[in-house]
Design a protein around this ligand. Sequence first.
Ligand code: ZN
Length: 151
Amino acid sequence: MADATTKPTPLLTPTQDDDGAPFWTYAARGELRIQACAACDELRFPPRPCCPHCRSFDSTWRKMSGRGRIWSYVFPHPPLLPAYAEQAPYNAVIVELADAPRIRLVGNLVAAPDADLNSVAPERLRIGAKVQVVFADVGGTVVPRWLLERP
Ligand code: ZN
């Protein structure tokens, strides 16, 4: 069991199962890709085996521009795990993708790809702010994070 004071592994969405694994494989290459139905072309997130629109089991992974806007955000409050408490106040954002406004990803707004979770001052966040995806190795997994287009 991990020491509670060590840097935490991020909670991953999508999960790293058979359906979600391609998301993380592309993320490790620095690509934000979203699962799309190969039959009707609808995007879907989180990844799953069957298209909810046409029930096809065929899918592809479409590359996104990586641009989006902050749809919502929070600042977690105590009690927090010790490794997170050290970085508070930090944000958790929901980003709506510019290429696919119905697709929203949870992540963190940071000042640079490898910056700490608290690297953006809370007063800098606002709903609708344009953001750009970046990727960083966090606890051994490359995860998408978000930078303000106009810092
Ligand atoms: Zn479909």
